[in-house]
Design a protein around this ligand. Structure first.
Ligand SMILES: Nc1ncnc2c1ncn2[C@@H]1O[C@H](COP(=O)(O)OP(=O)(O)OP(=O)(O)O)[C@@H](O)[C@H]1O
Ligand SMILES: [Mg+2]
Length: 258
């Protein structure tokens, strides 16, 4: 494992969701096999409350499998996965998931789609706050079909965060977006994480994205964690800086060495 110090972050925090308590995630000796083929093998991982962790690795190495276990959508063949000390399958409202596709209801308005994230039924103030946080305050009455791809993904982010989850799990959430929209969304996710305090676990193919957003990046491969990089941020980081490029190069080396 290596730790890297970076320059101060340039966080421009918009008014948004209230500060929440991040969830603690713990995986102990987790293995997952499919029809006898072992994808994950005796994996141990602890994610501290409020941490932003990214998982990178070659296609097919088990990133989505690992994320599904953390999200309680699947159970390990052996080992345990807990969120705040309870089985991940019981995390309920503490946990929200975002995928590559926004998965909005086409027949419901933007506001109604965001309200889906609230268990206690529609709450116009919370929905309006969440839409303001993702910078779509004027789109509440639009249909999903009237939005751009990036705007739809922002609605999905508002839906995920409207209930103030302790854990946000993201599987390639920006994978389908163009490069510019992707950068805007990265800044939004980073700022919302800094402000709202949830724990974030992100799977991405984009090593630059992982480095730009995370406190820690792990490389997954051969059933386990191949390398781990701590990124200690004491202030704004400049995209494209030599320091960031060097971290990215080392993570890429670890991926390709697998
Ligand atoms: N439900 C399943 N049944 C059988 N095999 C599965 C199942 N889910 C995943 N696998 C296998 O587990 C391995 C890891 O898949 P996974 O989707 O976790 O990879 P990934 O790292 O997310 O890949 P990508 O970067 O392409 O999304 C693959 O070989 C896949 O075929
Ligand atoms: Mg995947």
């Amino acid at each position: 494992m290596q730790a890297v110090n970076l320059l101060p972050r340039d966080i421009d925090v918009p008014p948004m969701l209230r500060h929440g308590e991040g969830a603690a995630v713990k995986l102990s000796h987790v293995s997952r096999s499919f029809d006898g083929n072992r994808v994950l093998s005796g994996l141990d991982l602890t994610v501290r409350p409020g941490e932003f962790l990214s998982i990178v690795g070659k296609s097919g190495c088990g990133k989505s499998t690992l994320l599904r276990l953390i999200a309680g959508l699947d159970k390990p063949t052996s080992g345990t996965v807990t969120v705040d000390g309870k089985p991940a399958t019981q995390a309920g409202d503490r946990l929200r998931i975002m995928f590559q596709e926004p998965r909005l209801l086409p027949w419901a308005s933007v506001a109604e789609n965001v309200a889906v994230g609230l268990r206690g039924g529609p709450d116009p103030t919370s929905v309006a706050d969440a839409l303001a946080a993702v910078q779509l305050p004027d789109k509440a009455d639009f249909w999903p079909a009237q939005l751009s791809g990036g705007q739809r993904q922002r609605v999905a982010l508002a839906r995920a965060l409207v209930s103030h989850p302790g854990l946000l799990v993201l599987d390639e959430p920006l994978g389908a977006l163009d490069a510019l929209t992707r950068l805007t969304m990265q800044n939004l996710i980073r700022d919302m994480h800094a402000k709202a305090g949830f724990t974030a676990i992100l799977v991405t193919h984009d090593v630059a994205e992982a480095v730009a957003l995370s406190d820690r990046v792990i490389v997954l491969g051969q059933g386990g964690i191949l390398s781990e990089t701590q990124i200690l941020r004491v202030g704004p980081t400049t995209r494209g800086s030599a320091e960031l490029a060097a971290i990215e190069a080392e993570i890429l080396d670890a991926i390709f060495a697998a």
